[in-house]
Design a protein around this ligand. Structure first.
Ligand SMILES: [Zn+2]
Length: 408
C-alpha cells in the first residue's frame, strides 16, 4: 500500500471510530434544533396523525390482499421526495436518500391483517383509546413511519445514510414479504428494524416457530356401526392430553399451543380423519426438535392403540433466528440508548416473532420494536392507547436518526 493510501485508510478508520458513547450520540441528536423542530411538528399534528391512522386501519388488508391498502399508503408517500417502488412480493418500498457516507437503515411495518376478507372495519375512539381490528397490529407502526417522514421533511432534516421505509406484505401468514426483501437486499442493508407490536422495549432475536396439522386416520362409520373401532377423535383426544403433560421449558423461552380441532362433518358419523393444529415455539432449535420427537412418539402410540395411522403436515416452519453477537452490536446499543433517552427502561428480549427473524436469518443485524401500547392483537376488540403513541413516534424518529446519522 502506498503511504498516501495508507494515511487515507487510517484516517477513514479513525473517523469511523465513534468518539461518543451510544448515550452521548443519541443525546447530541436529541438536542439538535432540527430534531426539536421535528418533535414540535409531531406535537402540533396529533389530530392529523389520528385521522390518518384510522383511515389506514379501516382498509382491511388480509394477508396476500394488501393491494388496496398499499395504494393508499403509496398516495401518501407520493407527497414526499422519496424513491418509491414495489418488489416482486408486493412490498411497498420508499427510500429517503441520505447525503452519503452513512449506513442504510430499513424500517419495516407490515400491511397485512389477520381478519377475513370483506370485513367492514369502523374505528371508534373512546376513553383515550382507538378501537378497531388491526389498529395496533400493525397499522400503528405504518402510521408511525408516515408521521416521521412528514416530521423529517417539516424540520428539513437530512440524514447521512438512506432511510428505507418498507411496507411489507404477508407477515402474518409466513413473512414471505420480508423474506423476499431481505433475500433481494442482502449485503445492501446495514440495519433492519421491524416495527411490530412493542412500545417500551425491543427484541434482538427471533423465536423459532413450527406449525403442524396432525391427523389420525381411522375407518370411520355410522354411530351405530360396531364399536370399536372408535371415531378417530378418541386417539386424538388422548394424544392432546398427553402432549399437554410434556415439559415445555421456560428457559430457553418456549411455548406450545393446540388451538384448532376437526373431525367428522356430521354428528352421526365416526371421524375417519380427526385432526388438530399445533403451534410450537422456542428460542432454541434443539428444544423444538426434541419436543417434535416426543410428540411424534405419542401420536404413534395412540394411533397404534386403536389400529389407526398418523399423518402430519407441517403448515409452516421458521427456525429460531439468532445472530451471534447481536446483543452486543452497535444496533442493539443504539436502540437501548434511544429507549433510555426517551425515558424507558427497556425490556430487551430474544423471543421476537415477526419480520425481524427474516432479516436475522439472512445475517442482517436486526431488532424489533413498536410505536405504541395496544391490546387484543388479532381480535375484533383490538385497541390502542392514543396519547403514548405520539411519544412512541418520537422514539421511532430518534431511532431513525441515531442509526442513519444526522447530516449537516
Ligand atoms: Zn404484526
Amino acid at each position: 500500500m502506498r503511504p498516501i493510501l495508507l494515511i487515507i485508510s487510517i484516517l477513514s478508520i479513525l473517523s469511523n471510530v465513534p468518539a461518543q458513547t451510544p448515550a452521548e450520540h443519541v443525546k447530541a441528536i436529541q438536542d439538535d434544533a432540527r430534531v426539536k423542530k421535528a418533535f414540535d411538528y409531531l406535537d402540533q399534528n396529533h389530530d392529523q396523525i389520528l385521522r390518518e391512522w384510522i383511515a389506514i386501519t379501516e382498509i382491511n388488508a388480509p394477508s396476500k390482499q394488501e393491494q388496496e391498502r398499499a395504494k393508499f399508503i403509496e398516495s401518501l408517500l407520493r407527497k414526499h421526495n422519496l424513491d418509491i417502488r414495489y418488489d416482486s412480493a408486493g412490498n411497498l418500498i420508499a427510500t429517503r436518500k441520505g447525503s452519503g457516507g452513512g449506513p442504510v437503515a430499513v424500517f419495516d411495518a407490515h400491511m397485512d391483517t389477520v381478519f377475513q376478507p370483506g370485513l367492514k372495519i369502523k374505528a371508534t375512539v373512546r376513553d383515550g383509546r382507538v378501537y378497531a381490528p388491526g389498529v395496533g397490529d400493525d397499522t400503528r407502526n405504518i402510521e408511525a413511519l408516515l408521521a416521521t417522514i412528514r416530521a423529517l421533511d417539516a424540520a428539513k432534516i437530512k440524514t447521512k445514510g438512506d432511510l428505507v421505509f418498507l411496507f411489507t406484505t404477508d407477515e402474518e401468514a409466513g413473512m414471505t414479504g420480508a423474506r423476499q426483501y431481505t433475500k433481494d437486499n442482502k449485503g445492501k442493508v446495514d440495519y433492519y428494524i421491524a416495527l411490530d407490536g412493542g412500545y417500551e422495549g425491543f427484541t434482538y432475536a427471533g423465536i423459532g416457530i413450527t406449525w403442524y396439522r396432525h391427523h389420525f386416520i381411522g375407518p370411520g362409520g355410522h354411530t351405530r356401526s360396531r364399536t370399536p373401532p372408535y371415531s378417530a377423535t378418541l386417539p386424538m383426544a388422548r394424544a392432546i392430553a398427553r402432549i399437554y403433560e410434556l415439559k415445555v421449558p421456560t428457559n430457553p423461552s418456549s411455548n406450545l399451543n393446540i388451538g384448532m380441532l376437526g373431525g367428522s362433518e356430521v354428528v352421526n358419523a365416526k371421524a375417519d380423519d380427526a385432526w388438530f393444529s399445533l403451534d410450537l415455539r422456542s428460542t432454541s432449535n434443539e428444544v423444538i426438535a426434541d419436543l417434535e420427537k416426543k410428540i411424534a412418539a405419542i401420536l404413534d402410540e395412540e394411533a397404534k392403540r386403536e389400529g389407526m395411522t398418523v399423518k402430519t403436515d407441517v403448515i409452516s416452519s421458521s427456525p429460531a433466528a439468532v445472530l451471534p453477537g447481536n446483543r452486543e452490536s452497535h444496533l442493539v446499543k443504539i436502540a437501548e440508548a434511544v429507549h433510555r433517552a426517551m425515558g424507558f427502561d427497556p425490556p430487551i428480549g430474544n423471543a421476537g416473532s415477526n419480520n425481524s427473524s427474516a432479516a436475522l436469518l439472512q445475517g442482517i443485524p436486526s431488532i424489533s420494536t413498536g410505536a405504541g401500547p395496544c391490546n387484543d392483537a388479532h381480535a375484533l376488540t383490538e385497541n390502542c392507547e392514543i396519547e403514548p403513541f405520539y411519544w412512541g413516534i418520537k422514539k421511532i424518529l430518534l431511532l431513525e436518526l441515531a442509526l442513519a446519522g444526522l447530516a449537516q
